[in-house]
Write a new protein. Structure first.
Lengths: 393, 155
């Protein structure tokens, strides 16, 4: 395939936003999705998903810590990024990122995790030795009161933080969708559905990620998987996925039926340059197949082993599918000319600042951070079962 | 029309099979409602009091959001400075009473700089009496580059 096909504006030949900008909505999506799964238990009292509660929070934190890195690496002048906090341009959809991010990280996620773990941190600061003791002592933030009354207050405040956290998680990812959806110059991006589609796909990816991580970690620790929990999580994944798929199909059907001036150009792109990543990977392998697999588990009474396998396969396919969706939005939106008369090709670097190697590193980094977090703040008890959130004693 | 291969290899010989060939110079439209100014996260892109859209090179992050937001493909990233770059409407010249370099060098005077804010400027009479178009009017950017007798196929 030639690098450029037809006619492009001169600045469209090379893509402006690289694979790192694909990673950014993918990572924030996992954060928002994992958090919403955690809030199911906390706010909506879905008891069955309790075993994933703490893991979901730690997963959200690990991915959230990495989420701004691809953006930072992508900037021409990363050293100027604090200007976004100091002199934000109020009319810019991007300017609020720093504030939304910090709000979500510091006011919601970190506070909720700290409150939930406070009792454990205090206990561990008393029972551990050496540098571990020091870390836990610092983490107590000088508050070692774990009386019944104090824990009750923790629980109440934690609940309130989660209640605030749900709209915050929606804001975080809906906002990421708005960054793309509000670019009127680009017909592939410009749709009011974009924030909603981003939000639901975020929930899908986050729920799938936590489900897979929960099963993987239990397998690693040779601890039996709580099937009631995984069944419930998979059911929520199925429902959310159907909403997400419906929204994406609505967008697609609307585009096909309306067939505005961009349609022929975009349609050609989907049938050529985006065919593999959009039709094969995103829609067929990453959406239709996992939905069909999850539907099987809802309709048929399958044995435990079969359900586990199906959940694992469906979960992984979902994660690949949502990544493909981000790819098709970000990269696909730059492959056609705004003159609708030409197409370009994305040439991904390998060992470059925005290359494949960096993208792989940034995808693995949250898992390494999660590994450290899980060691530091175990989401499960010594006996093996995942710890439940602390009841108000 | 547009530049084949991004204009890297020049322009191919004209199509002799009955199509029409013509030249449409494009430059920054210095839009009144410029999407590039709207999206800049730090306000490095700004509109001068006389209506020219400029970039503060010492302030631009190089996030490229403005390049994405411009419907006319008028912005790019400077390969050395790694900041956004665009036509300045020769601001250094026009603020000294000169015209832009492109207007000055146009051999037929087809390209003219006008002062839209000056009610006595002949541009107003010209806009009233000619069939004038702007690029992509549906983008509602109130672009200030006017084309006289522009072919409808130009985008």
């Amino acid at each position: 395939m030639p690098l450029v096909d037809g006619f492009m504006y001169p600045n469209e030949v090379e893509l402006q936003w690289s694979v790192l900008i694909v990673l950014y909505p993918y990572l924030t999506g996992l954060v928002a999705g994992a958090f919403i799964l955690a809030s199911l238990e906390r706010v909506f009292r879905v008891e069955a998903v309790k075993p994933t509660y703490r893991l979901a929070l730690l997963t959200a934190l690990a991915f959230l810590l990495v989420a701004p890195l691809p953006l930072q690496l992508h900037l021409g002048h990363p050293e100027r990024s604090p200007e976004m906090y100091l002199t934000p341009h109020r009319s810019s959809a991007m300017a609020m990122f720093g504030f939304v991010y910090l709000w979500y990280l510091m006011a919601v996620l970190v506070v909720e995790i700290w409150l939930d773990y406070r009792r454990d941190i205090v206990l561990m600061s008393q029972s551990s030795h050496g540098w571990k003791r020091l870390i836990y002592r610092v983490l107590t933030l000088g508050s070692d009161n774990i009386s019944e009354r104090a824990l009750q207050i923790d629980e109440r405040v934690g609940w309130l933080v989660t209640v605030i956290g749900i709209p915050s998680a929606f804001l975080l990812h809906g906002y990421v969708g708005f960054i793309f959806g509000s670019v009127k110059a680009n017909p592939w991006w410009s749709t009011p559905l974009m924030p909603v589609v981003f939000l639901f796909s975020a929930m899908v990816s986050g729920i799938a990620a936590v489900m897979c991580l929960y099963m993987f970690l239990n397998w690693l620790r040779r601890v039996p998987i709580d099937m009631r929990c995984v069944d419930t999580v998979a059911r929520y994944l199925f429902y959310t996925f159907i909403i997400d798929f419906s929204l994406e199909m609505l967008d697609l059907i609307h585009r096909i039926y309306e067939a505005d001036e961009s349609f022929r150009s975009l349609d050609f792109m989907v049938h050529t340059r985006l065919f593999t990543s959009q039709v094969l990977i995103q829609i067929l392998a990453g959406t239709v197949l996992p939905i069909a697999l999850l539907a099987l588990t809802q309709v048929l009474k399958l044995p435990e082993a079969a359900r586990k396998s199906i959940y694992s396969v469906a979960g992984l396919l979902t994660l690949i599918g949502i990544f493909a969706m981000r790819w098709n939005v970000v990269i696909g939106g730059q492959l056609f000319s705004k003159s609708f008369l030409g197409y370009t090709t994305y040439k991904m670097g390998f060992v470059t600042r925005e290359g494949l190697l960096m993208a792989i590193f940034l995808s693995i980094l949250p898992l390494l951070i999660l590994g450290v977090l899980v060691k530091l703040l175990p989401p499960w008890s010594e006996k093996g079962a995942m710890l439940e959130p602390q009841p108000p004693a | 029309m547009d530049s084949p291969d991004g204009g890297k290899n020049g322009f191919p010989p004209g199509n002799q099979s009955g199509g029409k060939n013509f030249f449409v110079p494009k430059l920054c439209n210095h839009c009144v409602e410029s999407p590039c100014t709207q999206v800049c996260p730090v306000g490095a892109t700004f509109v001068t009091p006389d209506g020219v859209v400029l970039i503060d090179q010492k302030y631009c992050l190089g996030c490229r959001y403005c390049v994405q937001a411009c419907p006319y493909g008028c912005r790019f990233i400077h390969p050395q400075k790694e900041t956004a770059e665009k036509c300045t409407l020769c601001y250094h010249r026009i603020t000294k009473g000169l015209t832009t370099a492109c207007c000055e060098s146009c051999p037929t005077g087809a390209r003219q700089l006008a002062d839209l804010k000056d009610p006595k400027d002949p541009i107003h009479e010209f806009l009233r009496t000619h069939s004038i178009q702007v690029l992509k009017p549906y983008m509602a950017t109130n672009s200030k580059v006017f084309y006289n007798g522009l072919d409808g196929s130009v985008r």
